[in-house]
Design a binder for this molecule. Structure first.
Ligand code: GDP
Ligand code: MG
Length: 163
């Protein structure tokens, strides 16, 4: 079966925008795991001839403020369970937030490779501002703009190197 890549991160960082940019054919994955189709969108994607399944674990990113952390926890737990590689999306312009730190803490528990995608870097002049995200503790921090597509090739190169 194909490698599975899960997109995680707090609401509004651009997970769905990234998913839409990377998505190939939309699919419903039906496996014998109960509940696998809940609250997530899947696609079959490809980079340099390497195929993979992509999951937008954000699903419906809404809820009362006090539900958001629970929502993020569920999302990350599902990603850890199902994914071979995790794309951890942060807002590169906001800097590190406490919700980002919470996601990072949850991800430390897995031994899955994690790539931090510092999104919303629409102007390459701002790419050095993403260095602060190394404090989250992961090896790869890549500035990208999901709206313009800049940086996504570098990100995908790193991603497929972990398959
Ligand atoms: P999600 O909640 O993490 O799925 O985030 P969305 O994909 O829904 O995006 C949240 C908001 O950020 C939307 O208004 C997007 O248009 C915007 N957004 C996403 N990616 C980028 C980007 O690369 N640059 C900028 N400037 N805005 C972005
Ligand atoms: Mg979304």
């Amino acid at each position: 079966s194909l490698p599975v890549v899960a997109i995680v991160g707090r609401p509004n960082v651009g997970k769905s925008t990234m998913f839409n940019r990377l998505a190939g054919e939309r699919i419903a994955i039906v496996e014998d795991k109960p509940g696998i189709t809940r609250d997530r969108i899947y696609s079959r994607s490809e980079w340099n001839g390497r195929e993979f399944h992509l999951i937008d674990t954000g699903g419906l990113d809404f809820g009362e403020q006090d539900e958001i952390l629970d929502h993020i926890k569920n999302q990350v737990e599902l990603a850890i369970e199902e994914a071979d590689v995790i794309l951890f999306v942060v807002d590169g312009r906001d800097g590190v937030t406490s919700a980002d730190e919470e996601v990072a803490r949850l991800l430390y528990r897995s031994n899955k490779p994690v790539i931090v995608a510092a999104n919303k870097i629409d102007n390459i002049k701002h790419k050095d501002e993403v260095y602060e995200f190394y404090q989250l503790g992961f090896e790869h921090v890549i500035p990208i703009s999901s709206i313009h597509g800049t940086g996504t090739g570098d990100m995908l190169d790193v991603l497929v190197s972990h398959f």
